[in-house]
Design a protein around this ligand. Structure first.
Ligand SMILES: O=c1ccn([C@H]2C[C@H](O)[C@@H](COP(=O)(O)OP(=O)(O)OP(=O)(O)O)O2)c(=O)[nH]1
Length: 157
């Protein structure tokens, strides 16, 4: 069972997010663009650890990120807090898909708190304003064993 948009909004507000009315959707909450990066060097995924490669933050031009086709990393604009007994999923806004772009996202664990990131895949040139809504977070009821305690806990807060 998925939570209503109002319940998701309440969870984010409890974690410090300042949501506009436009972000409050029937089934979830829209997340905005906080920053966009281009990766500049290899990262690593090892059997016993991981490392995120250095990246360069892009600067908006005339009020928008003007993105050519390629792969970027987006940092969302809101702190997210996944309550106990919930799992989070972030999906792209359909307008991104309709413009030949998408987001690739992973599981948002119960107990995670932070300003998360995702892969922004640009299939056709697009202009995206900082602060524009780009994705939607939904929360579903879920059993879980413990809560998130990884190194991304508290990122960006
Ligand atoms: O698209 C996503 C999905 C998740 N997260 C946040 C919430 C999640 O709880 C946390 C860690 O995600 P995950 O467990 O997939 O990362 P990992 O690479 O396995 O790191 P760790 O070893 O810390 O679990 O990152 C994001 O920022 N973006």
């Amino acid at each position: 069972m998925f939570d209503s948009g109002a319940t998701v909004a309440a969870a984010l507000a409890a974690g410090g997010a300042d949501l506009s009315d436009a972000q409050r959707q029937p089934n979830g909450v829209d997340l905005t663009v906080g920053a966009i990066f281009e990766q500049a060097e290899p990262g690593a995924i090892r059997r016993d650890g991981k490392r995120v490669g250095e990246r360069e933050e892009l600067a908006p031009e005339d009020g928008a990120y003007r993105l050519e086709p390629g792969t970027y990393v987006v940092r969302y604009g809101e702190p997210v807090r996944i309550p106990d007994e919930r799992i989070g999923f972030v999906l792209p806004r359909s307008t991104l898909l309709r413009n030949s772009c998408t987001l690739d996202t992973a599981v948002w664990d119960a107990g995670y708190e932070g300003v998360g990131e995702g892969r922004l895949d640009v299939g056709h040139a697009i202009a995206i304003e900082p602060g524009a809504r780009i994705a939607q977070l939904v929360l579903a009821a879920a059993d879980h064993d413990g809560t998130y305690e990884g190194e991304y806990q508290g990122e960006g807060l």
